[in-house]
Design a protein around this ligand. Structure first.
Ligand code: COA
Length: 255
């Protein structure tokens, strides 16, 4: 059965795709599990960093499950498949914790878009990345022309999306798309995640919000979260709430 697991390793949590017979292609059930895991991770204060991995297979993820979306009429395809997937990938991209994608094998289409939701990536020397949607008559739909276009230069995205080019690991490193090439992507990804997990969680979370606000990843929510976090730490907030409860006029000090 295809699924996505959430596995706790103490301070590091692992989100693991598990559909190896179909090259870890994303089914609707997997999307649902991923969304539930993102919600659970936001509530889990023990988990301070996340590794996104996949069961061993010829692909880290070969994209969206073609047999699942192929029968959908256009309206349902747009609403139920593209927009749901997009929303759920956004959820992962906007997680308050640092994330690492362990690209142990090929990352195609939705698999590449999934890797792009992570803060950093590690790739195996034999893995490639590609946007093969034009081979099956569709277009990237889970942020491949949006978030990915922030991470890679436009001509490179065009090479993949318009010319069907696959990029090898060395090229992804030269482009800065991955942090490192490793024979053991899981070990390398966990090492990076452990390092992030040892840093100040509030510093890491706040820096992620600031960077996301700067690059336009959920900018409106990031700005409000940063402002909300700052003002909620003031004495004036406590005084305001106390005054409301005691039905009196608040005495604000500006501190
Ligand atoms: N959706 C559904 N099933 C998929 C899949 C996908 N995106 N990608 C691979 N599979 C299935 C294959 O149908 C095959 O199933 P079967 O064993 O029941 O026949 C199995 O996974 C293995 O794939 P196969 O094509 O035999 O492996 P390969 O190593 O020869 O080729 C790829 C690997 C990735 C080049 C090839 O599978 C491929 O092109 N997949 C589609 C990639 C794609 O277009 N992604 C975007 C989708 S929106």
């Amino acid at each position: 059965m295809s699924t996505v697991h959430l596995i706790s390793h103490g301070a590091v949590a692992e989100i693991r795709l598990d559909n190896p017979d179909k090259l870890n292609a994303f089914t609707p059930e997997m999307l649902e599990s991923l969304e539930a895991h993102c919600s659970a991770l936001e509530r889990d204060r023990e988990a301070r960093a996340v590794v996104v991995s996949a069961a061993p297979s010829r692909a880290f993820c070969a994209g969206a499950d073609i047999t699942a979306w192929a029968p959908l009429p256009p309206g349902e395809f747009a609403r139920g498949w593209v927009r749901d997937g997009h929303r759920i990938f956004d959820r992962l991209a906007r997680l308050s914790k640092p994330t690492v994608a362990a690209i142990g094998a090929h990352a195609f289409g939705g698999g590449l878009e999934l890797a792009a939701t992570c803060d950093i990536r590690v790739i195996s020397p034999t893995a490639t990345i590609a946007l093969p949607e034009a081979n099956v008559g569709i277009v990237p739909g889970w942020s491949g022309t949006q978030r990915l276009a922030r991470l890679l230069p436009e001509p490179v995205i065009k090479e993949m999306a318009l010319f069907g080019q696959r990029l090898g690991a060395e090229r992804t490193l030269a482009l800065g798309f991955v942090a490192e090439i490793s024979e053991d992507v899981n070990a390398a990804s966990f090492a990076l995640a452990e390092r992030a997990a040892g840093l100040s969680p509030m510093s890491v979370e706040t820096a992620k919000y600031m960077l996301h606000a700067a690059v336009g990843e959920d900018r409106a929510a990031m700005v409000e979260a940063l402002g909300g976090g700052m003002v909620s730490a003031t004495n004036d907030r406590q005084e305001g709430v106390r005054a409301f409860q005691e039905k009196r006029k608040p005495k604000f000090t500006g501190e």
